[in-house]
Design a protein around this ligand. Structure first.
Ligand code: FAD
Ligand code: DLZ
Ligand code: SF4
Length: 505
């Protein structure tokens, strides 16, 4: 059958919503496993297996719905190795007159597609899966000096109508975060996310990944992710039923040996297209309206999706391509090898990195307040930190990973995403987790050989960045505490930090 148009669907565009740009009777869909996408970052093995398996399942689903799909497998002999190469090949082989693509999530790939559009008739459409389009965000940002999540979030609540009553926020407040900072008791039994048996498609993909990407980071055994829309829906149902009611209370909690706490573990499904963001939020809202989950939990959860997720994407497109070069704090230290091995005596770091190795997942507080916080206060080069986060998580695409890392976590953008750096001493980790109890370091000790490295690195960070952070109102109290310390104590903090930082080199 001759096709006049080709619709390209990328590995994170597995949504039936995107079929609105094509015509089932006349158009051909292209999906392609390609080495360039699988290796532009050393992606975790489970991330590649997840994407390839979900792509293969979606291609089958599309065909059973009557769509014509050309699916390039990684090992096809004529696979050109890149998305643009595969588009060119299909255009030539099928005498295609027009190619339709949906704006990719990464600047890198958008540049490639725009270059290709100089040679072939290629139309790039806006991705309709986001609430706030790239141009709407630019309009929102245009009139303001500071971009603050809270302002943007209120707008998203109004435009979606989620948790709104008569144009006012449900419960009389926009944000219930102050109720959401509880720690958990050691040994608390928390639910586990839905796990799915590996089927023939996933088994084949796992074998392919083991063979072709054996040098990539991460463990592939016990692959349990949802790989179809139906399975992802089941994972969401289970989260809403079991975990959502306590999601708010324990959103910042961490526990030894507990990988997921009450988190949803659905970011990889939303980002790849297996779940729809608005639908997820509506389901959470229903759980509140039916009395199944309290407002602090549901508001907190919805804020992450229509607030943070959309805000972060807006910042990415507003600030790229220069954003990736941001290094406000001028840090240049290499990323320590233990980020790849989990071999460290810091128990909190060992826990956060080992779940990353096993599951291509870590929850937000592990990413922000453990691995991110350490990189920040130790002064690691932000590009190396960014490359690590982009590689190791199943939900990582540059549009969402980069502003979270460069902005929220490393303050390398100088305050575009957040108003102050998320720097903390061991005290925070001790308050929100039980990690310190089984650590070789002593969280109560401030300096010296056995002291928790987060304690002295925190003060070293504030001291060495005084010219850049000293005038930040939100850091007034820590700087005042530092200034009131006697000089000998200050010197002990700084000396311990120097000794420790030398061991990282
Ligand atoms: P939950 O805690 O259950 O939250 C629900 C949903 O809200 C998530 O599934 C996600 O879709 C959304 N969400 C929550 N926080 C954020 C946020 N800050 N930005 C965007 N969406 C958010 N998230 C990614 O999806 N991809 C990334 O590559 C990524 N990199 C990060 C890097 C760093 C340094 C930090 C600090 C955060 C990063 N995040 C990233 C945000 C957040 O940590 C993950 O979305 C979350 O941990 C995913 O787990 P979950 O589905 O269990 O989330
Ligand atoms: C992440 C990824 C991987 C590992 N492999 C592929 C692939 O083979 N084919 C594909 O279409 N997409 C893949 N992806 C997702 C893309 O990298 C993603 O679409 C871009 O980074 C834009 O977000
Ligand atoms: Fe982490 Fe310090 Fe606690 Fe050890 S003592 S777990 S290094 S915060």
């Amino acid at each position: 059958m001759a096709h006049q148009r080709l619709l390209v669907l990328l590995g994170d565009q597995l949504s039936v919503d995107l079929l609105q740009y094509a015509d089932r009777d006349n158009d051909l869909i292209l999906m392609a496993e390609v080495m360039e996408e699988a290796t532009y970052a050393p992606h975790h093995k489970k991330k590649i297996a997840f994407i390839f398996s979900a792509m293969r399942h979606f291609s089958q689903e599309l065909q059973s719905m009557g769509w014509q799909v050309h699916y390039s497998r990684l090992d096809d002999v004529d696979n050109s190795g890149s998305i643009c190469g595969e588009i060119r090949r299909l255009v030539e082989q099928n005498a295609i007159e027009q190619v339709i693509a949906i704006a990719p999530g990464e600047w890198r790939l958008l540049q490639q597609l725009q270059a290709l559009a100089n040679d072939i008739n290629l139309q790039i459409y806006e991705d309709p899966r986001f609430i706030c389009s790239r141009t709407e965000f630019v309009d929102w940002a245009e009139d303001r000096k500071l971009y603050r999540l809270e302002d943007f979030y209120r707008l998203m609540r109004q435009s979606t109508g989620l948790l709104m009553v008569d144009r006012k926020p449900e419960g009389g407040k926009w944000n219930f975060d102050q109720d959401n900072r509880k720690a958990l008791k050691t040994g608390t039994d928390t639910p586990v996310p839905a796990r799915f048996k590996i089927d023939a498609i996933s088994a084949e993909v796992v074998e392919l990944v083991e063979e072709r990407f054996s040098d990539h980071f991460g463990l592939l055994d016990d692959f349990w992710f949802a790989v179809t829309h139906e399975q992802a829906e089941q994972a969401l149902d289970l989260f809403i039923e079991q975990s959502l009611p306590l999601y708010g209370d324990f959103q910042d909690a961490m526990l030894t040996g507990n990988d997921f706490v009450y988190h949803s573990v659905i970011s990889m499904y939303i980002n790849s297209g297996l779940l729809d963001a608005i639908d997820v939020c509506q389901r959470a809202e229903q759980a509140y309206r039916s009395g199944h989950a309290p407002l602090n939990a549901v508001e907190g959860f919805i804020r992450q999706i229509i607030g943070w997720r959309e805000f972060i994407r807006g910042i990415y497109w507003l600030k790229m391509p220069a954003y990736v070069e941001s290094n406000y704090l001028e840090t240049h230290r290499a990323l320590p090898a233990f980020y790849w091995t989990a071999e460290t005596d810091m128990h909190c770091m060992q826990q956060a990195i080992s779940v990353t190795q096993r599951e291509a997942y870590a929850h937000h507080i592990q990413r922000l307040m453990v691995t991110g916080n350490f990189a920040l206060i130790a002064g690691i080069d932000p590009v190396q930190v960014h490359e690590w986060y982009l590689s190791v998580y199943a939900d990582a695409y540059e549009w969402v990973e980069l502003p979270n890392t460069i902005g929220m976590s490393q303050f390398a953008d100088g305050g575009v995403v957040g108003s102050k750096p998320y720097a903390a001493s061991g005290n925070y980790i001790n308050k929100m987790s039980d990690y310190c109890r089984s650590c070789r370091y002593d969280v109560k000790k401030k300096f010296g050989e056995d002291a928790c490295p987060f304690n002295y690195l925190y003060w070293h960070f504030l001291h060495r960045n005084r010219d850049k952070l000293g005038k930040n109102n939100r850091l007034f109290h820590p700087y005042r505490t530092w200034d009131r310390m006697d000089e000998e104590k200050q010197q002990q903090y700084l000396a311990s930090a120097e000794v420790f930082l030398d061991t990282l080199n």
